[in-house]
Write a protein that binds this ligand. Structure first.
Ligand SMILES: [Zn+2]
Length: 252
């Protein structure tokens, strides 16, 4: 909660405290407008603390990613002091989420989700595929470091997906792209042609790939599966649209 409060201007904090004291459960829905107020007032947010991380839930973590993306799309990112945040987090980190996303230079995940130093763990690999090292990193983020949410975010017009659907072979990239092949079979056969010239097909494969990676996380990690089933962490998926800057999170 302190993390959220750090994002708000003083008047907004006072309003928030009153609302919370009244037991209101709708605060997440007002996050965007409150942070807009904070931005307009020039308030500066700071890196999350241990208490702030502990106060987060899987639901509030997802809400913060959504409102952060809304801030990015609106062109109103929160004001940050990166040198101060670097210093403040040097002795410890308390990120509230871990995001697995693509290597693509057009999807810098902290920027598009408007998150600062210490806010989220970020695992990036072409095609946001899963392997043992990435899975271990997710386990570290959640089981060891207390992150409350795993978010897998693919994107439109993904070069890795294009390479996979075209069966590109190139050094070690070949093995990476084969991890995406199962997603191709999730897209019905009526989607033609089934190559990178069909951008709609490419994006449908990218979405299927995100859903398969989410499924793999549950199936391959007993540690994470147990945490999800106990409600201690959440697992979310979404697609980032390059042209709009918007992340569409899946309903389920
Ligand atoms: Zn990509």
């Amino acid at each position: 909660m302190k993390n959220i409060l750090n994002r708000l201007s003083l008047p907004t904090v006072l309003v928030s405290v009153v609302v919370l004291a009244a037991g209101c459960q709708c605060c997440r829905n007002t996050g965007a407008s409150m942070t807009a107020t904070a931005t307009a007032a020039g308030a500066e947010v700071s890196a999350p603390t241990k208490a702030a991380q502990a106060a987060m839930t899987p639901q509030s973590a997802l809400a913060e990613l959504k409102t952060g993306n809304a801030r990015f799309v609106a062109g109103h990112p929160l004001k940050r002091n990166f040198p101060a945040d670097a210093k403040a987090t040097a002795s410890g980190q308390y990120p509230f989420a871990v995001v697995l996303s693509c290597l693509d230079s057009r999807q810098p995940i902290e920027i598009v989700l408007d998150q600062g130093i210490g806010d989220i763990f970020s695992a990036r690999v072409a095609g946001n595929v899963l392997n043992d090292d990435i899975l271990g990193s997710l386990e570290f983020a959640c089981k060891v470091s207390g992150a409350k949410l795993i978010a897998v975010i693919g994107h439109s017009n993904c070069g890795a997906i294009k390479g996979a659907v075209d069966s590109v072979e190139l050094g070690s990239l070949t093995g990476l792209l084969t991890k995406i092949h199962p997603a191709m079979y999730q897209v019905p056969a009526d989607a033609q042609p089934r190559n990178s010239k069909n951008l709609e097909f490419v994006d449908r494969v990218a979405e299927a790939n995100v859903r398969l990676v989410m499924q793999e996380v549950r199936e391959r990690s007993p540690i994470l599966r147990e945490m999800i089933e106990q409600g201690r962490i959440g697992l979310a998926g979404g697609m980032y649209e390059l042209s709009s800057g918007k992340v569409e999170f899946f309903d389920k």
